[in-house]
Design a protein around this ligand. Structure first.
Ligand code: SAM
Length: 491
């Protein structure tokens, strides 16, 4: 039986770039096709206390966690409903990266107070990063909440729901053991695309970032486990996988004594799986872009020529205050090497404007870096102070209107660069994995090129091309989309 839809509540406030990555501002769905409603009748045939309304905020890792949570719930007979008023359980998988996303969840929860007072048996759960971050304090501020469950214990959800019903409140916040899961089928983002976690947690100490606090220490999954899971997914029809990790290219730490295993080893193993067509990985850290990984991207057929490599700032002083552990020149050198070695290489990045003490001159260094590198896509964020981070002890002294202006300047610059980059693709044939109908025009299909560019071309779902690889000759371009004509059959 299929699950019913899960709302993906992520909204982009300052995102720019078709080659989207795992950034917290990225819009997208949890996978319309697989999460498509069979019908709400499925849920209405289920007892009220097992009907679940679920919303997910944030990055791909949150979406994957949500899939795993829902699979655990489904096994225990829970079914999704699209109407919170119809649900016996209301769950939010949260994002703590920026204040705005967090506020949105908590104001949503506030609106449930009346519903909860009318139906005391209703269980409301705050899950994931914000739960891990604010812990039991959530119960004090939101007495309607019955479950606070962090990023380490979410597979216990069915049991936690029962406990909350019995006792009113339960918290599960242990981060010391990372969740062990084996997945035998794909739950998203589509029947032919899947996320595969290769590691959990983060060992970096970036001063702005709350993630190490919400997801704990880095733990890599053994290569064998990743390969087995991918093989099972491919047998179930998956053609493209995206490997997930907070700093995915630091994969392998503490995995095997005396053995240096890196992400490239995983890529080599996965590249051999028959039936798998594309391998992506997000998000990488500039410090771990080692030659072996660049070689793997250059040499392995299935590994796409797309890298999401957050630079955050073009100023060495800002990078130092952020504790990013590299300089702008190091970043430049990595990109020169990637461009030399990897044909068709495409690059997306994350940028933060208005970080503590960012002067106009430091911001201009970022502008110059963007001009120089000419990213294919960028996620641009206004710095948001997060309690518990090292940067929260510094002064968040760049005024909001200055942050907004800097944000706009980079967005405009990226729009121009992306249009120029896209125009260079006109005349080329792109291999597109077709994802479905265009949202704006049902007579057109949309998909992604290997370099993660959105490509739109004439066609309808009835032609049976969704999930297939199709050659598309590019005839036009906008900053976000390539437009083309079919060049050959789908396969
Ligand atoms: N782990 C990745 C890395 O270190 O490069 C990125 C993870 S983070 C969830 C995604 C992006 O959110 C970051 O690259 C950064 O640009 C942005 N971000 C993180 N914390 C932020 C904050 N406090 N304010 C604004 N943007 C933030």
């Amino acid at each position: 039986m299929r699950l019913l839809p899960v709302l993906d509540s992520t909204r982009a406030s300052a995102h720019h770039g078709a080659p989207a990555g795992e950034s917290p501002g990225e819009p997208g769905s949890l996978g319309a096709s697989l999460w498509e409603p069979e019908s709400d009748q499925v849920a209405s045939g289920t007892p009220w206390e097992r009907r679940v309304y679920f919303e997910v905020f944030g990055c791909q890792m949150n979406k994957l966690d949500a899939e795993l949570m829902l699979a655990a719930l489904e096994e225990e007979g829970y079914r999704l409903t699209s109407d919170p008023r119809d649900a016996g359980v209301i769950l939010y998988n949260t994002c703590a990266v920026r204040e705005q996303a967090e506020n949105r969840v908590f104001s949503r929860i506030g609106t449930l107070r009346r519903l909860k007072s009318k139906r005391p048996d209703l269980v409301i759960g705050v899950l994931g990063c914000s739960a891990q971050n604010h812990r039991e304090a959530i119960f004090d501020r939101h007495p309607e909440v019955g479950i606070v469950c962090g990023t380490g214990e979410f597979l216990r959800l069915p049991e936690l729901i029962q406990t909350a019903r019995r006792t009113g409140r339960v918290a599960a916040l242990d981060l010391s053991r990372s969740p062990v899961f084996t997945r035998t089928r794909n739950l998203g983002p589509s029947p032919f695309q899947a996320y595969v976690s290769v590691m959990r947690g983060c060992d970096q100490a970036c001063t702005f970032c709350v993630v190490p606090r919400t997801r704990g220490k880095e733990v890599s999954r053994p290569v064998r486990e990743i390969v087995e899971e991918t093989k099972a997914l491919v047998q179930g029809g998956v053609r493209e996988i995206t490997l997930l990790g907070q700093t995915v290219n630091s994969y392998g730490k503490r995995l095997a004594k005396g053995l240096a295993i890196g992400l490239e080893h995983v890529l080599h193993e996965l590249d051999r799986i028959a039936g798998l067509e594309r391998i992506r990985f997000i998000t990488s850290h500039p410090r771990f872009m080692r030659p072996g990984l660049i070689e793997a991207m250059a040499g392995l057929d299935k590994v796409c020529e797309y890298l999401h490599l957050p630079v955050q700032s073009g100023s060495d002083d800002v990078l130092k205050r952020m504790l990013r552990t590299y300089t702008a020149d190091h970043y430049r050198r990595v990109i020169v090497e990637c461009r030399e070695r990897i044909p068709g290489f495409a690059l997306a990045t994350d940028l933060i404007v208005g970080f503590c003490g960012e002067t106009e001159a430091e911001f201009q260094e970022t502008v110059r870096l963007v001009e120089e590198i000419r990213f294919d896509g960028a996620f641009i964020f206004k710095y948001s102070e997060r309690k518990g981070t090292r940067a929260a002890e510094m002064s968040d002294d760049v005024p909001e209107d200055v942050k907004r202006d800097r944000n706009q300047i980079l967005l405009k610059l990226m729009e121009r660069i992306m249009l120029e980059c896209h125009r260079e693709r006109v005349g080329a044939v792109e291999e597109v994995l077709v994802e479905g109908p265009s949202k704006l025009d049902p007579k057109r299909l949309t998909g992604r090129s290997r370099a993660h560019r959105i490509v739109v071309f004439p066609g309808t779902v009835e032609e049976g091309l969704v999930g297939k690889l199709v050659g598309v000759k590019i005839t036009g371009a906008t900053p976000l989309v390539l437009v083309g004509e079919r060049a050959g059959e789908g396969r």
